[in-house]
Write a protein that binds this ligand. Structure first.
Ligand code: ATP
Length: 904
């Protein structure tokens, strides 16, 4: 009588030395698993099945980390020097810049981390367990000792398990034992003193199943597992770092050094001109502070984090951050078919036996359907008998389960195709009742599966199903209503082609009767009798059809790489709107090609069928050799190398194995091709926005500093005081630059070709714009300075105009920078985003206070201004917008002409 109590860990530490049944009893469990109530009670006692989290830096440490940056050090030194020279106000403004940036960085980084944490939760591992005698999928963190867990190739072991049964099971245990060769596992007990690596009847939490199937009872969870004890496997903590960001950080550091050198030069010139050292020094400090893009790194990081969040909202979960950037450059998407392009809701629609073709009209996985013979009437008795035999084998050679939900709908637990076969069994009115003795699991390399059953009167029955070519090779005979006869393989081939050409996914089903001691093995199968073919319907997802069209507009090649039959692949490809569906290459065709021919084929073909994971890998490599940035999907354990090799490896969140997810850069929560297209769209937006942030920040900083440089070089009075330039920098960099991180995708984002792989964030055109805008800003500032003087205004009044104008120009240029290709003069351009309007409103309030609040006037040396001056300030912002838009129009025209000449 099993106890319901959980094991005493000390007393039963040697799980590996106990026979399986005793180990199971010692956990207080049963072969059919715990009940829900027992599991709930044990969960309370043992806690969640989670490893202790690694310690995280506290808020203070994270805040202080914001200051660890060369750009900030320079600013802090500038503040200290200003203070030492008796300019506490300048020092305070510089410190305010530093502090505000740190606060914004801290808050946004916190939000970014929350986004990443949420993504981690979305990727929380799941486990298949038996509870109340039923198979169900639960979050792995809810596992308790005594749970019976089912595992197959590609799963990560969710807790420490004592195996109860194993079939060809192999586990990769390098994280625990350092041994990279997968270990064979079985349910047989081993010596009590066997070292960890030799405890072949145990599976350890965190290790990976690379082959076979197994069933085991949980003996330890969370911190009590072997991996929990060594706590070597810390949750992989992502940092917000990507190649482009690293490049930009390096660039910002280089820029700082250049700015310091220029500042020193300007200071020297000012001294040579005989200007007072103190005033000159402060002007140069203002110049340097204005020029240093201190806010840039934080804003770029935030842009990236927003992209990750937006992608997650579109069901694309980023596992490795560089993928956010790479996605925007993707030129080829290779996707598998089942579940990604199609719904993966299967229905058996046709059955072909030697007695002819039957049509099965039913929906979903329920038992109701109309079965019609060739003439549309009731099937012949012989055909019906063959159908029942085939349906029984299909239901026996099956790991799925059907369950009726509360709303009466039937649902599949497991593979939908197997679910469809169970439904076919119910529709044919058979009972799949022969107990299973052994199984050879499905593998995408051999493409068939077989099970061995006890079949009354001491005999044994083999049930097998698989891809027709693969299964036909194992068959010697075929079943007819009258008995067996030799196999006519050519006729079945024709039948399979016919069904596939109609868009059916085709599966062959066979059986064999063996004596009581009969056995099956992967390389020693008894000759089988073919029962027939089943045609399964799996229609394309409507949103995938749309996404394929969107990719075509965006210049992205879409290729289907499937394990399915070429006929089926072509038919579905046609329904999806893929380009070249008249031809499909099979894995077999690919094998015959050398590398050069393969590259040619990879480029020129859109449909690849009956491909193996190894061929997927070859195809990715070939496409990359052709210069393409490749996204590739995968779900099986063998897909991991191709996923790693692809520029963006994409794993399926639902039907994908843990092994595939771990190799992938991105996981699709809904397994849907449309989510890949959505992620590419967001990836392009992220790249655009990174570029916009840079395109706005550098020239505004440049304009502010150029005013100081020009004044000193030309021997003019400074049009703004050093502290005022610091103020402009403070207001602009914090309130305006940040807004560009939130830009939505531009209208044409999916109507232009992918950017070249190695496109720089700072291309020539952008360098030119930095120069152009800096010069225009400085020129307008000087013009306003002269205008103020010509109207007889005092220095405070004139400088107030220039300060306001510089901020207004920052705003004006913001509108130009928001549209990287199109014009800012559009309804879309002026509608802005909430972020833009919040930024502008805060800047307006800050400027109003600076201009009209007496204490600010006293502190910053400003003075209230009249209507004409205010209009002039706003006008200068508008003027900059007009000039930049004119420049963009000229550049567009030049680029267009260049393209035309290039084509001619
Ligand atoms: P895709 O690669 O687009 O997801 P797929 O699911 O058809 O397509 P595989 O899983 O490699 O690719 O399957 C290849 C073939 O193997 C299928 O077309 C089918 O004929 C056969 N097959 C798939 N699953 C099973 C299974 N559980 N048992 C037996 N045969 C199977």
């Amino acid at each position: 009588m099993p106890t319901t109590d959980a094991p005493d860990a000390e007393a039963t530490a040697a799980w590996h030395a106990l026979p399986a049944a005793e180990a199971l009893a010692a956990t207080g469990s049963r072969p059919e698993g715990l009940t829900g109530a027992e599991a709930a009670e044990r969960l309370k006692r043992h806690g969640r099945n989670r490893l202790p989290e690694p310690p995280r830096p506290g808020p203070l440490a994270r805040f202080l980390a914001q200051f660890r940056n060369l750009l900030i050090y320079v600013l802090l030194v500038a503040a200290a020097v200003s203070l030492a020279l008796g300019h506490p106000l300048d020092a305070a403004v510089i410190l305010a810049v530093v502090l505000l940036n740190a606060i914004v960085g801290f808050v946004q980084e916190g939000r970014a981390e929350q986004a990443l944490a949420a993504i981690r939760d979305m990727l929380a591992p799941r486990a298949v367990v038996l509870r109340d005698g039923r198979r169900m999928e639960i979050e792995a963190s809810l596992l308790v000792p005594g749970d019976v867990v089912l595992l197959e190739a590609g799963d990560r072991v969710p807790a420490d398990l004592r195996l109860l049964a194993a079939n060809g099971l192999r586990a990769e245990e390098a994280i625990l034992t350092g041994e990279s060769v997968p270990a064979d596992k079985s349910a047989e007990p081993v010596e009590p003193d066997a070292p960890l690596g030799d405890r072949t009847c145990l599976l350890f939490s965190g290790t990976m199943i690379v082959a076979g199937q197994g069933r085991g009872v949980v003996v330890a969870t969370g911190g009590a597992t072997e991996i929990g004890k060594v706590s070597a496997m810390l949750a992989d903590v992502q940092t917000l770092e990507t190649p482009l960001l690293r490049q930009m950080h390096a660039f910002a550091r280089l820029l700082t050094v250049v700015i310091l050198a220029v500042s020193a030069l300007v200071f020297g010139i000012a001294l040579l001109q005989g200007r007072p050292a103190d005033e000159s020094f402060m002007a140069v400090v203002g110049l340097a502070v204005a020029a240093i893009p201190e806010g840039l790194p934080a804003v770029l990081t935030i842009t990236l984090a927003i992209g990750v969040r937006r992608m997650a909202a579109r069901n694309a979960i980023i596992r490795r951050l560089p993928a956010v950037e790479t996605l925007g450059a993707v030129g080829v998407i290779c996707s598998d078919k089942t579940g990604t392009f199609t719904r993966n809701e299967m229905v058996a629609g046709a059955v072909l036996t030697t007695a002819g073709r039957l049509a099965i009209e039913g929906e979903g996985y329920g038992p109701q359907a109309r079965i019609a013979g060739a003439a549309g009437g009731e099937p012949e008795p012989g055909a019906a008998a063959l159908l029942r035999r085939l349906a029984r084998a299909g239901a026996l050679c099956n790991d799925a389960e059907l369950k009726q939900a509360e709303d009466g709908q039937w649902q599949v637990l497991g593979d939908p195709m197997e679910g469809a076969l169970l439904a076919l069994g119910a529709r044919a009115g058979i009972a799949a009742d022969a107990p299973r003795l052994d199984a050879i699991p499905f593998d995408s390399r051999h493409r068939w599966m077989a099970t061995l059953h006890a079949d009354g009167e001491g005999g044994r029955l083999v049930a097998a199903k698989g891809a027709p070519e693969a299964l036909l090779a194992l068959c010697a005979s075929e079943a007819t209503a009258e008995g067996e006869r030799p196999l006519d393989a050519a006729a079945w081939d024709r039948g399979a082609h016919e069904l596939a050409g109609a868009g059916f996914r085709v599966l062959a089903i066979a059986e064999a009767r063996l004596p009581a001691d009969g056995a099956i093995a992967l390389d020693a199968m008894p000759p089988l009798t073919l029962l027939g073919l089943v045609g399964l319907v799996d229609p394309p997802r409507p949103e995938a059809i749309e996404a394929v069209a969107e990719c075509a507009r965006a210049g992205i090649a879409v290729k289907m790489i499937t394990g399915d039959h070429p006929g089926t692949a072509r038919a579905i490809g046609g329904q999806l709107g893929l380009r070249r569906t008249e031809r499909a290459m099979t894995g077999h065709d690919l094998e015959a090609l050398d590398d050069a021919a393969l590259r040619e084929a990879a480029r020129g073909t859109d449909i690849f069928a009956r491909t193996s994971p190894e061929q997927k890998l070859r195809l990715v490599t070939a496409l990359q050799a052709e210069g393409a940035i490749v996204a590739m999907t995968g779900d099986g354990v063998n897909d991991a190398p191709a996923l790693k090799r692809a520029d963006v490896g994409v794993a399926m969140g639902r039907k994908g194995t843990e092994a595939a997810k771990e190799a992938a850069d991105m996981v699709l929560a809904d397994d849907n091709f449309a989510s890949i297209a959505a992620a590419v769209r967001e990836g392009r937006t992220v790249h655009d926005n990174l570029q916009k942030v840079i395109a706005w920040t550098l020239p505004t900083n440049g304009g502010q500093s150029l005013v100081v440089i020009a004044a000193i070089m030309l021997g003019l009075a400074l049009p703004v005081s050093p502290v005022q330039i610091l103020w402009v920098n403070l207001v602009c960099s914090v309130a305006l630059g940040m807004t560009l991180a939130f830009e939505p995708p531009e209208r044409d984002v999916m109507a232009r070709p992918p950017r070249p792989a190695e496109a720089s964030l700072l291309p020539g055109i952008l360098v030119w714009r930095v120069v152009f805008v800096s010069v225009v800003m400085a020129a307008l500032a000087f013009a306003l300075d002269l205008w103020g003087a010509s109207r007889g205004l005092g220095m405070a009044e004139t400088r107030t105009i220039v300060v306001n104008a510089m901020v207004a120009m920052g705003v004006g240029y913001l509108f130009a920078a928001r549209q990287s290709r199109g014009t800012g003069f559009s309804a879309e351009g002026f509608r802005g985003t909430p972020a833009v309007w919040i930024g502008i409103a805060s800047v307006a309030v800050a400027q109003a206070l600076l201009t009209w609040a007496p204490p600010m006037n006293r502190v910053f040396g400003t003075a209230p201004m009249g209507l004409a001056e205010a209009i002039a300030c706003i006008g200068s912002g508008a003027a900059l917008l007009v000039l930049v838009e004119a420049e963009k129009a000229v550049m567009r025209r030049l680029a267009g002409r260049g393209r035309q000449q290039g084509l001619a």
